[in-house]
Design a protein around this ligand. Structure first.
Ligand code: MG
Length: 295
C-alpha cells in the first residue's frame, strides 16, 4: 500500500480538514488530531504536524497539500514529502586524518517518525556537535539502525588492499545487510552517493550478501529523513570515538585534515612516537609526511 508523509503547518492542516469535512472523520486516535477515511486513501494528521496519506490514491491526495511526490527540495528533509518506510545511509570521518570511519544505515517509518525530533533533524553538517550529542540518542532510541565503526588500525590494514571508496562501499553494504537481518529492509533505500553506481556494485561484488535496490543520490542527507538520521548517528559515533582517543592520550584530537592537524600530529609523534600514528590516524593521508617534515 502506498504511503506518503507530509509535514504540514497548522493553516494547511485546517484547510485539509475543511476540504475533507464531508468524509467520515475520527478524532479519538491517540497522538492524532484527526483521521479521514475515503475509499482510495486514509489521511491521518498527527499532533506533530506529520500527515500520512495511505492507499492507492495517496499521491493524488498528497499533491493537493504539498510539493509533488518524489520531487525533493534540498533545504530540509523535514519539509519534503516522504515515502515511508525509508532506509538511508551515510558515513563520517573519511575527510578526517584522525579518528575512525563511521557508517550508519537507518530506517524511518510512519510510526517512529512520530517519536523522533523531526523538526531538528536536518543535514548533520549544519548541526553543531552539542546538538548532535542530544539528537543522536533520541533517534537511536526509536529508529532501527546499524552502525559500523572502522578503527584506524583496521582501516590502515584494509587500506593496503582496498582504496577509500571500496572500503566505504563495503561498509555501507554491510550496514544494510545488518539492518536487513535485524528488521528487514523497505522498498526505498537511499545512499548518500560518494561514487557512481556501477563501480559501487563492482567494489562489493565479492561480498557474501549484496543489497541491490539502492537509490544513489548526492546530498541525500539534506533531502531524505532516513539519510539525515543515519548521518547524525554516524557523526555522533565519530565524536564519541574522538572523545575516547582524546581521553586515552590526554590530548584533544582535532577534526579535518588541515595544517592544524599537522601541528597537532607533530606534538603527538613527539610524545608517543611515529608508530602510534597507525592507531589513531589514516596514515596514507598526505598529513603523515607533513607531520614528519614538521619535526
Ligand atoms: Mg555523505
Amino acid at each position: 500500500m502506498k504511503t506518503i508523509t507530509l509535514k504540514l503547518n497548522q493553516a494547511q492542516i485546517a484547510s485539509l480538514r475543511k476540504a475533507y469535512s464531508r468524509f467520515p472523520m475520527r478524532t479519538d486516535i491517540q497522538h492524532t488530531q484527526f483521521q479521514v477515511r475515503m475509499d482510495d486513501c486514509t489521511i491521518t494528521v498527527y499532533n506533530s504536524g506529520s500527515v500520512v496519506f495511505q492507499g492507492d490514491g495517496a499521491s493524488f491526495h498528497a499533491e493537493q497539500f504539498g510539493a509533488p511526490v518524489l520531487k525533493q527540495t534540498p533545504e530540509s528533509p523535514t519539509q519534503t514529502p516522504l515515502n515511508l518506510p525509508m532506509a538511508g545511509s551515510d558515513e563520517v570521518g573519511t575527510g578526517d586524518y584522525f579518528g575512525p570511519i563511521t557508517v550508519c544505515a537507518a530506517i524511518v517509518d510512519e510510526r517512529n517518525i512520530q517519536l523522533i525530533p523531526v523538526d531538528q533533524i536536518t543535514d548533520s553538517k549544519q548541526i553543531n556537535d552539542d546538538l548532535i550529542r542530544i539528537l543522536a540518542p533520541q533517534i537511536m532510541k526509536h529508529v532501527p539502525y546499524s552502525l559500523l565503526v572502522l578503527n584506524n588500525e583496521t582501516y590502515n590494514k584494509v587500506h593496503e588492499v582496498d582504496n577509500m571508496n571500496v572500503i566505504k562501499a563495503k561498509l555501507h553494504n554491510k550496514a544494510y545487510v545488518n539492518l536487513e537481518k535485524k528488521v528487514g529492509l523497505p522498498e526505498s533505500i537511499i545512499i548518500d552517493q560518494f561514487m557512481a553506481e556501477t563501480p559501487y556494485y563492482k567494489a562489493i561484488a565479492n561480498e557474501p550478501r549484496i543489497i541491490r535496490t539502492l537509490h544513489f543520490e548526492t546530498k541525500a542527507e539534506s533531502k531524505y529523513i532516513a539519510v539525515a538520521c543515519a548521518a547524525i548517528i554516524a557523526r555522533y559515533a565519530f565524536l564519541e570515538s574522538m572523545d575516547s582517543l582524546s581521553k586515552t592520550y590526554g590530548m584533544t584530537f582535532p577534526k579535518g585534515a588541515g595544517s592544524h592537524v599537522d601541528r597537532f600530529g607533530a606534538r603527538f609523534v613527539d610524545e608517543f612516537g611515529e608508530d602510534e600514528l597507525y592507531k589513531v590516524a589514516k596514515v596514507h593521508f598526505a598529513n603523515t609526511q607533513k607531520i614528519m617534515n614538521l619535526r
